[in-house]
Design a protein around this ligand. Sequence first.
Ligand code: ME8
Length: 500
Amino acid sequence: MGRPFYVTTPIYYVNDAPHIGHAYTTITADALARWHRLIGDDVFFLTGTDEHGLKIQRAAEANGLTPREQADRTSVRFKEAWDQLGITYDRFIRTTDPDHYQVVQEFLQRVYDSGDIELSTYEGPYCVSCEGYYAESDLIDGVNCPIHNRPVEVLVEENYFFKLSRYEQRLLDWYEANPDAVQPESKRNEAIGLIKSGLRDVSITRTSLQWGVPVPWAPGHVFYVWYDALINYCTAIRGKEELYWPAVHHLLAKDILRFHCVYWPAMCMAAGIDPPAHLNVHGYLLIGGEKMSKTALNQIAPADLIADFGVDPYRYHFLRDVSFGPDGDFSYEGMVARYNSDLANNLGNLLSRVATVVDKKCGGVGPAPTAGSPLAAVAAAVVEDTASAWDRVQPPEALEATWRLIREANAHLETNEPWKAEPGPAVDAVLGDALEVLRIVALLVQPAMPSTSAEIWRRIGLDGMPGDELLPAAAAWGGYPGGLPVEKGAPLFPRINVDR
Ligand code: ME8
């Protein structure tokens, strides 16, 4: 087995159906998981649904369902969306899974036994959408949640509190000792800022609702949804902690930075385990500059875009166009433009013109590449840049590198114009080099576009699947053997007309 690579998405609330924001994090995690499988790592990819708490209970009531029915119905919708998008998770966890109850109870009992959980009364502004308390000073105009810009409610409860205030210095020391733990740097600074502004103890149990994991030492109390939820990352690798913990990559958006980058590392310390090694925080996907929300009626379901573009172009668009870190604006026009330029004009065109000329000039049999091809050096640099970009969780850079190779191959064909030349060694050399580029491209695009990758592989006559042999060796120049049948198929990416 290779090096362990554990990657997680947030577990999504089941109050509503998945939209392109949830899909963005999940596709990024999937692409990372696929890349790490390609390089031979031992991958464990976790996603799932977060099913307890007031927010779900209220959504269930509004829909005339029990919380369990609400959770069952919506959890399936996430699974269906991920199946449609080709998400290769190893476990889809539901916080209502029995093993999760057990791990949550064990984890928090440990913290209780160590003295970091105490009974106390709390009164404060609470946002049900966040499932979190705020300080008065955090509120917009003194009344609205800073994330949802909607009025908060004042909750008063006698609860068990996690003594987060004791962890200020330990967290700052941890940040100091682990400068790369939270990426990108701007998000790390935000987390450090939150810690430095002072940490108050947080309430981690509720008596006002039943829908949660029971607190083992206090009948009538359930754990507050966030504490149950965060521990899912431990449930999924139970018994395999030595392999996968703490070397995890938690992917999340900035809305839940406070929970992941402040509370969660402190909880881990309190439970006697190392904090997570990597927290990769991205921005929001905006629609016309606005955050997607139920109330703004601007949520887009992945299926709507898949119907127009197909699964692989959908995955490609979000991975290529949304930089991991800052906010990104989604537009339909931008998606069409990216599709036409990168997929129809560049990759699709390379494949179809090579197959057409191989058919005409080589009787449909692909020639072998040449050792001294000018494209060999480009390919080697691109493979290296792609690997480095995935390593830094920067999918747009990984794909941009791959497209450099595609553009160079197209330019090489245009310079040499094999379609105008007589069949012979010169034509064979140019086409063999282009086929080798297609083989390497099929490998490099696999994390983003798995079906396209397999289809290119098949059309240029290769057996098996891209990835049967591991990278980087598989992507070394000269792997295309030549002498294989090349298929002239229908265009992979027919142009999309913008004026439809
Ligand atoms: O917070 N842009 O669940 P959630 C980008 N259950 N990403 C977005 C997005 C957007 N507009 N909207 C949602 C929860 N996301 C908790 C998590 S984890 C232990 C518990 C993605 O359903 C992004 O990953 O509100 C964000 O962090 C997550 O969905 C929030 O999902």
